[in-house]
Ligand binder design. Structure first.
Ligand SMILES: CC(C)(COP(=O)(O)OP(=O)(O)OC[C@H]1O[C@@H](n2cnc3c(N)ncnc32)[C@H](O)[C@@H]1OP(=O)(O)O)[C@@H](O)C(=O)NCCC(=O)NCCS
Length: 180
């Protein structure tokens, strides 16, 4: 399932109660993590475990990309990707390192795991390139808030970005520049 079709978290900018943040241990995914990550994706986005395992397996260890896993007390609570994409010939989205697929287990949401996974990936990209890119459905307000609070700035909106179309609307192309 493309990122644009994720069942988004309900938008709650000011929740009545807030769980305390957890300290997640972050590390690059290894082949041994693939089955658990595929199970997490199936829970969050649907689809088949085998299909997800095949897709995640291709991402783990791929060139100019990274898959990062968050664990709390050994339990996988979320994961996310970075991939280098060339300029898209159809929609003109620029080449660069793109954050994608940040996914947090519904049981562990709103405790800082998504923020930690994003900060880790920003640092990973900035060690290689001054710009970090991502695209987010304009309807995914939780994700937009997550990224803009970390310094991402909207560059433009478009119905298709890097070949991904956004169901019922547009996507926001975001960039965060490495601090000088
Ligand atoms: C989006 C997602 C990754 C956020 O993960 P998370 O671990 O719950 O996020 P965090 O606890 O780190 O939240 C960081 C900030 O993001 C924003 N945010 C996160 N969830 C939100 C929500 N449901 N409503 C409004 N803002 C939200 C808030 O600004 C939050 O800071 P705060 O809690 O201090 O207010 C998670 O909801 C998820 O997996 N959603 C489904 C997949 C998805 O949409 N991925 C993004 C594709 S681009």
């Amino acid at each position: 399932m493309p990122d644009a079709e994720v069942p988004y978290a309900a938008y709650q900018p000011a929740p009545v109660s807030h769980l305390p943040p957890v300290v997640a241990e972050l590390s690059e995914a290894s082949a041994g993590d693939i089955d658990q990550l595929a199970a997490l994706q199936t829970e969050v986005r649907g689809g088949g475990v085998a299909q997800w395992a095949e897709r995640i397996g291709r991402a783990v260890g791929a060139e100019r990309s990274v898959v990062v896993v968050a664990r709390v007390d050994g339990e996988i609570t979320g994961y996310a990707n970075v991939t280098f994409l060339p300029e898209h010939p159809g929609d003109g989205a620029p080449d660069g390192y793109y954050l994608s697929g940040v996914t947090v287990s519904p049981r562990w949401r709103r405790q800082g795991v998504g923020r930690a996974l994003t900060r880790w990936r920003m640092a990973w990209v900035w060690a290689r390139d001054p710009s970090v890119w991502c695209f987010v459905s304009a309807r995914n307000r939780a994700s937009l808030d997550l990224h803009t609070a970390l310094g991402f700035v909207e560059v433009r909106r478009a119905p298709v970005l890097q070949g991904v179309s956004f169901e019922g609307g547009s996507g926001a192309l975001l960039r965060a520049q490495r601090p000088i």
